[in-house]
Ligand binder design. Structure first.
Ligand SMILES: [Zn+2]
Ligand SMILES: [Zn+2]
Length: 98
């Protein structure tokens, strides 16, 4: 599974793989949403790979969460954050940390 997208982008928001597949259906023979999937604006569905830099980190730790089921997919911590070995407390509420 390593290397599979951790999230998808469509309708100008983040979505977890389960919700993306529930909406668009599975690509035949694949583990991802159909390659011909288009969102409500006709745009291609974007994939967020494990190595995609989805965060901005402009001063705060950030959460990547599904806009449908609200599952927390990933966190990104700024360098000062205690989770990165820094001295400042994390901005992310405990229930959203993964
Ligand atoms: Zn979801
Ligand atoms: Zn943090």
């Amino acid at each position: 599974m390593r290397g599979d997208p951790i999230a998808y982008t469509y309708d100008a928001d983040w979505h977890c793989p389960d919700c993306a597949i529930a909406r668009f259906g599975l690509e035949p023979g694949g583990r991802w949403p159909r390659d011909d999937a288009r969102d409500s604006e006709g745009n291609e569905v974007g994939a967020v790979a494990p190595w995609t830099e989805w965060w901005n980190l402009d001063g705060e730790c950030e959460v990547l969460a599904c806009s449908d089921c609200h599952e927390v997919i990933a966190n990104a911590h700024r360098v000062e954050c205690e989770y990165q070995g820094g001295e400042e407390p994390c901005d992310i509420r405990e229930e959203y940390r993964v």
